[in-house]
Design a protein around this ligand. Structure first.
Ligand code: 7TS
Length: 407
């Protein structure tokens, strides 16, 4: 912890310097979206000030510069998750669009009536609803592996649900509502033994740990830029090249084609086949800058620092009478979901805001998780690498004040 350059990191995030309601901002809503370092902000303004034009189109200098920046970012993403080729990196709007893309293309081509898609009971709605829509359209069946009261996947039950009919396993790497980190290597090995492709929803995992898609041997990995210190509106779909090659395109339009006549269209090669229309050029460049920034700090250093933050917060929270932590998995990322006796989570959120503390209160787009724990909502403090133990102290004393006044 002592070697983690926390002061420097905090100074890199201009938004953290401000006061909210006359109190220093304590931003603990990082699972919803995290703040942006100056280098990311600068990379975007630099592009618009000096290098902006449409990509893949022009022979003119600006277009070539913008294309270099755009494709350079794809290279950075490839290295960051250790994909084997930039052909496997598709830029999309975010994790949600990536999952919908897979449902509309891979699933449409490979999953039929009576086939099964296996998810878990701790998924975000974006890894539930696209599959429900797909099942409704095709007659495929959605199977849900249960969780226990700690918020962990009941692995034996999951394994039992893998059948000859299973055509896709789609699992969250780290839960946004509970913080649980799933045993993805075991999950993938079990699916591979039956030749079943695996999609990992990495929206929460990606900012907290190093991810190596080749080592994991997952078939698809999806995440959003805005939870990775990059702009909103950009995300990544990683897919194994052979699978992506065999998939039909997602949207039709410019850039995803090689040749168009009124009789037929020849599609472009990977990754462009899946990137119809002018992309979010500046957001991609911002994502590249965020990755450079993270690589310099080191994902393993970030993981170690955040583990200390989570331990500290968990220990403090456990001592508060009337506070119940929702999600106590052994393997857990930097998320503390909780409820308080007699105080509704929305009131916790509002009252903490008056102290300058930003947390999220709600169902976190994981309503089935709320149902399982029989709570309408939770309050959720989610940590990032720029948070500190002092901020956790502020949160805990805020909670104690609430209990004293309203509990
Ligand atoms: N999957 C997980 C595990 C998530 O946490 C989220 C967003 C998504 C998918 C969807 O990502 P998007 O960028 O496409 O919206 N989670 C949250 C959250 O916890 N609070 O706000 C958004």
């Amino acid at each position: 912890m002592t070697t983690f350059p926390i002061e420097k990191i905090r100074a890199d995030f201009p938004i953290l310097k401000q006061k909210i309601r006359n109190k220093p901002l304590v931003y603990l809503d990082n699972a919803a979206t995290c703040q942006k370092p100056q280098v990311v902000i600068d990379s975007i303004s630099h592009l618009y000030m000096h290098e902006y034009a449409n990509v893949h189109r022009g022979v003119h200098t600006l277009s070539m510069k913008a294309t270099d920046r755009y494709e350079g970012a794809r290279e950075k993403v490839k290295d960051f998750i250790n994909a084997s080729s930039t052909k496997e990196i598709i830029f999309v709007r975010g994790a949600t669009e990536a999952i919908n893309l897979i449902a509309s293309t891979f699933a449409k081509a490979n999953i039929n009536k009576g086939d099964e898609i296996l998810i878990t009971a701790m998924e975000h709605h974006s890894n539930i609803v696209p599959w429900q829509m797909f099942c409704e359209q095709t007659g495929a069946v959605l199977k849900v592996a249960p969780i226990n009261l700690q918020g962990e996947l009941i692995y034996e039950q999951f394994e039992k649900l893998i059948s000859d009919k299973t055509k896709l396993v789609s699992v969250v790497h780290m839960s946004n509502a509970l913080g649980t980190i799933n045993p993805v290597k075991k999950i993938i090995a079990a699916a591979k033994a039956k030749n079943i492709p695996v999609l990992l929803d990495g929206a929460q995992a990606i900012p907290h740990m190093s991810v190596d898609v080749q080592q994991l041997d997952c078939d698809f990995y999806v995440f959003s830029g805005h939870k990775l210190y990059a702009p909103a509106g950009i995300g990544v779909l990683y897919g194994k090249q052979a699978l992506l090659e065999a998939m039909p395109p997602y949207q039709g339009g410019g850039d995803m084609i090689r040749k168009v006549t009124f009789e037929e269209t020849e599609y472009n090669t990977l990754p462009y086949k899946f990137e119809a229309g002018t992309p979010s050029i500046a957001d991609v460049v911002g994502l590249g800058a965020a990755i450079d920034y993270l690589v310099e700090i080191g994902m393993d250093n970030i993981a170690a620092y955040e583990a200390e933050l989570l331990d500290y917060a968990t220990e403090k929270a456990s001592k508060i009478e009337g506070l119940r932590i929702i999600g106590e998995a052994k393997e857990k990322g930097a998320i503390l979901s909780f409820v308080l006796d007699k105080i509704h989570p929305h009131d916790i959120g509002t009252m903490l805001d008056s102290l300058g503390i930003a947390i999220r209160a709600g169902h976190h787009c994981a309503m089935p998780v709320m149902d399982f724990f029989e709570v309408p909502a939770t309050a959720r403090a989610s940590f990032a690498m720029y948070n500190t133990k002092e901020e956790i102290d502020v949160l805990m004393s805020g909670i104690e004040q609430l209990i004293e006044v309203f509990g």
